[in-house]
Write a protein that binds this ligand. Sequence first.
Ligand SMILES: [Zn+2]
Length: 328
Amino acid sequence: MNNKNPKWHAARAALRLAKYLTTVGLALAAALSATLAVTEAAHAQAAPAAANGKIPVVAAENFYGDVVQQLGGDRVDVTSILSNPDQDPHLFEASPKTARALQHASLVVYNGADYDPWMAKLLAASQNAKRTVIVVADLVGKKSGDNPHLWYDPATMPAVARAVSAALTAADPAHKNAYDANLARFIESLKPIDAKVAALHARYAGVPVTATEPVFGYMSDAIGLDMRNLRFQLATMNDTEASASDIAAFERDLREKRVRVLIYNNQATEALTKRMLKLAQQSHVPTMSVAETEPAGKNYQQWMLTQLDALGVALAAGDNAGGKGKTQ
Ligand SMILES: [Zn+2]
């Protein structure tokens, strides 16, 4: 098994989960049960707050953890499970440490849509009636089989923020005013992202681009780009071999500069992805890398703005390089 192989989407995640549960899952469940038994003997009921008086929160992905931190300030104690940009989120394996953090959390946020299927399993194994669980996919009407990279949709974080803020207020009503103020500030802080998307839309809507995987798909849709080679992306996403004709079409798009930009996942190391990146460079098609874990030193807003800026640079370079733009 190639641990560097970036895998992310639904069908693949489900397959991986099935395989993984038969091996790691049983041991994990046993470890969790033992931990639970000890804790429940110590506490008559699940504690609503950590010993330091803060609200214990677990986020499966670090960008959601970041948003909870921004909304809760010093009232929350946030643990983010997926936080290493050098690791492939799709290959994550939950540990007893993950299970323990979840067990004590009074608020849990995870992506859903099969991106982090281990979360539902861990939560089911760790019953806690007082715990509030926010599934982002449910908030934004996405389900199993949809593109799971929901945080690239500009509509997602406002919905997450409102749900998180309501949960924090419910857990800690005495500080409602602070949570309300933090929510208002957070929503305001997203405006530069919306403005950037609108500016890119005004200039580049309909411009053909392509990507090795649909990580950036929702943002690309928001900007109105004409995303090509979706079948190729779907194959990569499903960990199946792209058809010869789909590979040929992708290569033709790069070689003949039928696309203005190639968007690639910088956590991806598959041979076919690398081949397309190399071909883009040889063909002088600008490239732009995207990630699916928030980098250290940036908050969600800065991360999104940085990537939108990089896209703007790549699209402008594509202009200069003579990409065919809207004249297909
Ligand atoms: Zn992914």
